[in-house]
Ligand binder design. Structure first.
Ligand code: PXL
Length: 292
């Protein structure tokens, strides 16, 4: 038994809890924990399923709890190394999240905003341009954003283009997104050539552009963005470099997509990441000298 371990990194994860159809908290909690980061949850809504590909879902709005939970944690004096948010159940939640971030953020807290609202050129059910406006405000509070190509277009008022994408188009999107203030922009679902898909990212402090690509499978896998963003956010919180976090999160999401296809799982049920967690955890051990 070791005598001492370094402090466990701590993240506040502010997302909805959709009971079936893996996304949001049902993805963030297991992946963030497996990455060796404490995951403190603020559930923003409770749904029976997510809203993509299902009908008749139940919905309970938990907006009224967001700020009181953050206030309680603030009063307890608990520090957070990261705050990670995604899908918003209403436009009004943008303002509540801004208040929660203000309450929980310290000098060195990383704020990761995944503006989960759209894919394949379309907003998710019941969402529209108002949500893009709401995320534009929230992004002003963030250090890191992880939009997919559709979300990047909606946030910047650009016309959506399906792949293959030119690097020029993607860097233009990154330029416009950077005007909103984040230090690091990672655009997901980018296909620079047929048959390959991945992430193009830029560190705005150094100007360094990185691209991480893997083999693409046909069609859309629901929840891929949430699996990527959860692993990426957690790796950064654990202290990984941006390049390492991109590579390990992208490889993990690719392995999870392959397993989903092999299982024949309906696409709207989300990614079968469970069986890919073991290898992910073993691989990231190479990155961190100290255990958790
Ligand atoms: O994965 C994004 C997401 C999160 N939460 C809910 C959703 C969606 C996408 O459809 O409906 C409730």
């Amino acid at each position: 038994m070791k005598e001492k371990l370094p402090k466990l990194p701590r993240m506040a994860a502010i997302h909805d809890l959709s009971g079936l159809g893996k996304c949001s908290l049902t993805v963030a909690l297991p992946i963030v924990s497996a990455t060796g980061v404490e995951c403190c949850c603020i559930p923003t809504a409770l749904l029976s399923t997510h809203t993509g590909g299902f009908t008749g879902w139940t919905f309970t709005d938990l907006s009224g709890d967001i700020v009181p939970i953050a206030e309680h944690w603030h009063e307890l004096g608990v520090g957070f190394d990261a705050i990670y948010s995604g899908y918003l159940a209403s436009e009004a939640q943008g303002e509540l999240l801004t208040r929660a971030i203000d309450l929980l953020r310290g000098d060195n807290t990383l704020v990761i905003v995944d503006p989960a609202m759209a894919d394949n050129g379309k907003y998710y059910a019941n969402l529209g341009d108002g949500m893009a406006a709401c995320f534009r405000k929230l992004i002003k509070k963030s250090d890191i954003i992880t939009p997919n190509v559709t979300e990047a277009c909606f946030l910047t008022g650009s016309e959506y283009r399906p792949g293959s994408h030119s690097m020029e188009f993607i860097t233009e999107l990154i330029d416009k997104l950077s005007e909103l203030g984040p230090k690091f922009v990672a655009v997901t679902g980018v296909s620079l050539e047929q048959g390959r898909v991945g992430i193009v990212a830029r560190d705005n402090r150094s100007g360094k552009l990185s691209a991480v690509m893997n083999k693409a499978l046909d069609g859309t896998f629901h929840g891929s963005g949430d699996v990527f963003a959860s692993a990426f956010a957690a790796l950064l919180t654990r202290g990984a470099s941006l390049d390492d976090a991109l590579r390990y999160a992208e490889d993990f999401v690719t392995a999870a997509i392959e397993r989903t296809a092999l299982h024949g799982t309906p696409r709207h049920y989300g990614l079968d990441f469970e069986g890919a967690l073991g290898e992910y955890v073993r691989k990231i051990e190479e990155l961190f000298v100290e255990g958790v």
